[in-house]
Design a protein around this ligand. Structure first.
Ligand SMILES: Nc1nc2c(ncn2[C@@H]2O[C@H](COP(=O)(O)OP(=O)(O)OP(=O)(O)O)[C@@H](O)[C@H]2O)c(=O)[nH]1
Length: 579
């Protein structure tokens, strides 16, 4: 007989009795018990050596004080603990058989054996657990399940659970219909979770294919690794995808937990541009990832699955903390899109913590507690997708602002040559199509070098700004004014013939001449020279008209400055004349 060290899992130990009927609690076969019912059963924990049904029967008979009770509906005993037996006597007071469905609703348990022993008969056994290929299990279900037709009288029910994973035993005893309804609910829930995840993963993969931005790829990997991780520990993977891959099923949960944590942190570092902003931290994260993978490989090599799981369970909070820290620090440093990221990470962290605490038995077991990680992750997936969209929006806005900035002259606030030309070209083409007049005036401040030399560059700048303002307020609405470069400006006058353009130019000249600028004790007055040219034939381009206006401006300078000269764009050899 193996030596047993018996432990109490929780408070409320059953008062031991030599009466076997009191030692083993009773279940009524007619009842459909609501929720998990470990508190309605007795339990015994194996210490080292494996026990048989005969050993357990012997123990119950000979040392009933060793049989324990718990107040908890779900037994939770942490990682790598010994095998646990649950025992109850199922009473069927009717003459007919009563069929009941029993299941342990956890997909990661290695080995689960159900034994049913009617009085005076040998036990009938049902085997399950993820160390057994699906087709070799008594019932090919996602979670360990048995259906049994309880005969009239008493049947002793034994349940043995053994695993290197966290020992959690939500044992359900229900009618076939209630069991079926629960499975339907689970299927609907996982369909919803996986549906959302797959849709977002596929969409972001498309974005990656089209845009070639790595962050979309990392998002996709993060989602897919979550799907695979939950598929591995929920048992869905084994039932639907790898029904015979027992070794893979044993190692998949810790491995996929690592992959999930790493893909999450990789997405975070890419999205929050940690490599650019925090180079040292980025290196440290890479080293940490490498160390974890090396430790996992070592666990695999020596066959310590419990250690690998402990490693994975220890890693997830570390990386979640790191992801939260990165989110907070990025938000603090002004990255607006980081707040969606932060809320998403917070949702998944809270969900994962609730599930972990539920699985460890620290929080009372509930459906919502058990599925909290999935609910949190769905929220996380949606908020991260929102964060990516927000980042795209902000990047676009920044690009448009930068493009606009590149088209504006920062000194005068007028358009510069880059801003002027595209608008001028389209106006030019429009006028040309309608065969209307259009003119160009080139404007240059006279003797500006002298002002710079005498009063300094800063005063020169101030005067440039003032003259630009005068020009801007003197132009007609619809005319396009820009700083062409240095102390030169250009004015495009659509729907304007040459004499009218010369009138406008003359008004500008007069307004600038009337401008007085105080510089210390001096009152400064500036003048401008203007060259005007018009489009006087079909073939004349904007460029050519600008050249002609420039020549007319040169003529104005030659004629003594503070003048408006007009030229003819189609006849560049003709001499521009003062107006
Ligand atoms: N303060 C200031 N000066 C500028 C700026 N851009 C060009 N200049 C100056 O404008 C002056 C232009 O000199 P020039 O091309 O010789 O022409 P000018 O002295 O105006 O003589 P005319 O055009 O022949 O009347 C140079 O001294 C340039 O340094 C600017 O943004 N700010």
């Amino acid at each position: 007989m193996p030596l047993l060290t018996l432990q109490v899992f929780a408070t409320g130990a059953f008062g031991a009795s030599s009466d076997e009927e009191q030692t083993v609690p009773r279940l009524d076969a007619r009842m459909g018990y609501h929720g998990a019912i470990a508190h309605r059963m007795a339990f015994i924990e194996e210490q080292g050596e494996e026990l048989s049904v005969g050993d357990i029967q012997f123990l119950i008979g000979e040392t009933p004080e060793g049989v324990q009770r718990t107040d908890d509906r779900v037994m939770a005993n942490g990682i790598d603990s010994g095998a646990v037996w649950l025992v109850a006597d199922v009473i069927n007071p009717t003459r007919d058989t009563i069929t009941r469905r029993m299941s342990v609703r956890i997909g990661w348990l290695d080995r689960v054996d159900f034994y049913f022993m009617p009085a005076g008969e040998p036990p009938e056994r049902f085997i399950s657990g993820d160390s057994i290929p699906v087709h070799n299990r008594s019932f090919a279900t996602r979670v360990p399940t048995a259906e049994y037709a309880f005969p009239s009288g008493m049947t002793r029910l034994f349940l043995r659970v053994e695993t290197a994973d966290p020992v959690v035993i939500p044992f359900y005893f229900s009618s076939l219909k209630a069991g079926h309804d629960q499975e339907q609910f689970d299927a609907a829930f996982y369909s919803f979770v996986y549906g959302v995840m797959f849709a977002l993963a596929a969409y972001n993969l498309m974005l990656f294919t089209g845009l070639r931005r790595k962050r979309y790829l990392f998002y996709t990997i993060y989602m897919v690794s979550f799907i695979l991780m939950t598929a591995s520990y929920s048992g869905i993977g084994m039932v639907l995808i790898w029904p015979s891959a027992v070794v893979w099923q044993q190692w998949a949960p810790p491995l996929l937990m690592l992959v999930f944590a790493f893909s999450g942190i990789t997405f975070a570092t890419s999205f929050l541009e940690v490599k650019l902003r925090r180079r040292k931290l980025f290196r440290a994260i890479q080293v940490l990832c490498a160390v974890y993978f090396a430790l996992f490989a070592a666990c695999y090599y020596i066959g310590e699955r419990g250690w690998a799981l402990t490693l994975a369970f220890a890693l997830v909070p570390v990386f979640t903390g790191l992801m939260l820290y990165l989110g907070v620090s990025s938000w603090m440093s002004g990255m607006k899109s980081a707040r969606y990221y932060l809320f998403g990470t917070l949702a998944s962290a809270i969900g994962a913590s609730i599930t972990a605490l539920t699985v460890y038995g620290i929080l009372p077991y509930s459906q919502i507690g058990f599925y909290a990680v999935d609910i949190g992750m769905v929220l996380d997936a949606m908020l991260l997708a929102l964060a990516l969209a927000d980042l795209v929006k902000r990047t676009q806005q920044a690009r448009i602002a930068a493009e606009r900035k590149a088209q504006v002259d920062h000194l005068t606030g007028l358009e510069n040559r880059r801003g002027f030309l595209p608008v001028a070209e389209s106006l030019w083409n429009l006028v040309k199509r309608n065969n209307r007049d259009i003119c160009v005036a080139m404007i240059d401040i006279d003797h500006f070098k002298m002002i710079n030399d005498q009063y300094g560059h800063a005063t020169g700048d101030r005067i440039l700004r003032k003259i630009a303002k005068v020009l801007d307020s003197s132009r007609r609405q619809g005319d396009l004014l820009a700083r062409w470069g240095g102390e030169e400006f250009v004015l495009l006058l659509p729907e304007t013939d040459l004499p009218e353009a010369c009138n406008v130019a003359e008004r500008l000249r007069q307004n600038v001449e009337a401008l007085t600028i105080r510089e210390g004790a001096d009152i400064l007055q500036c003048t401008i020279s203007v060259g005007v040219a018009n489009r006087d034939s079909e073939e004349v381009s904007l460029d050519k008209t600008i050249v002609m206006a420039d020549q007319a401006l040169y003529q104005a300078k030659l004629e003594g400055r503070n003048l408006v000269c007009a030229g003819n764009a189609s006849d560049a050899s003709a001499r521009a004349v003062p107006v």
